[in-house]
Ligand binder design. Structure first.
Ligand SMILES: [Zn+2]
Ligand SMILES: [Zn+2]
Length: 202
């Protein structure tokens, strides 16, 4: 809101980094205590109050989640949403029950870009490489072994695709797309999509 610089103050292991200044190297719990102590010492602490709010926890190990600014890959959704809206408005695609049309239209008209990169060990790797020499980012359908610009050494992005992106690829990857194979025609006619409330959440 105030155009302040975003500073990342934590390492990936949730210890404080050099962005945290004198709190560098501390755990976040320790750093929080030290920040309060420091504010007190400087006479800048007005009061300490209890405050109820929702704190995100890891679904697997219950660790408290810390928000962090990071670089991610996004899908530009507008060009995908537009034809998807058109076929519904033109009644080429019908919703059953019909009342879901409104939610769908509302969702796609206010669509936001989709973050598709995940920092996990398992999944489809993002098909992007970075040149260690000229710094170029290369996105390629085929795996590459050198930079097409300077023949330098390239390193593939360690991130993987969002599970929903991967599962969307599955029928295409297994049934011969982009060829119009008999398998695709038989098993993936896309004439009906049955889906759950929670999935087509809009
Ligand atoms: Zn966890
Ligand atoms: Zn290069």
């Amino acid at each position: 809101r105030h155009n302040l610089e975003s500073i990342v103050v934590m390492n990936n292991d949730a210890t404080m980094n050099e962005g945290a200044g004198k709190f560098n190297g501390m755990t976040r719990e320790e750093a929080r205590k030290q920040v309060v102590a420091e504010l007190k010492e400087l006479g800048l602490l007005e009061k300490i109050d209890d405050h109820d709010h929702a704190v995100g926890h890891c679904s697997r190990c219950n660790t408290i989640i810390e928000p962090m600014v990071s670089k991610q890959w996004f899908v530009d959704m507008k060009p995908l949403a537009e034809p998807a809206l058109k076929v519904v408005k033109d009644h080429e695609v019908e919703f059953v029950p019909e009342r879901f049309t409104k939610t769908y239209v509302n969702w796609l008209e206010n669509i936001r870009d989709w973050t598709i990169s995940r920092q996990l060990w398992w999944g489809h790797r993002i098909p992007a490489w970075y040149c260690d020499d000229c710094g170029e980012t290369i996105v390629s359908r085929e795996d590459i072994t050198e930079c097409p610009h300077c023949h330098g050494h390239v390193t593939q992005d360690p991130d993987v695709l969002d599970t929903w992106f991967s599962s969307g690829l599955w029928p295409f990857a297994t049934m011969g797309w982009p060829e119009q194979t008999p398998e695709l025609k038989q098993w993936y006619p896309t004439s009906v999509l049955v889906t759950g409330y929670d999935i087509i959440f809009f």
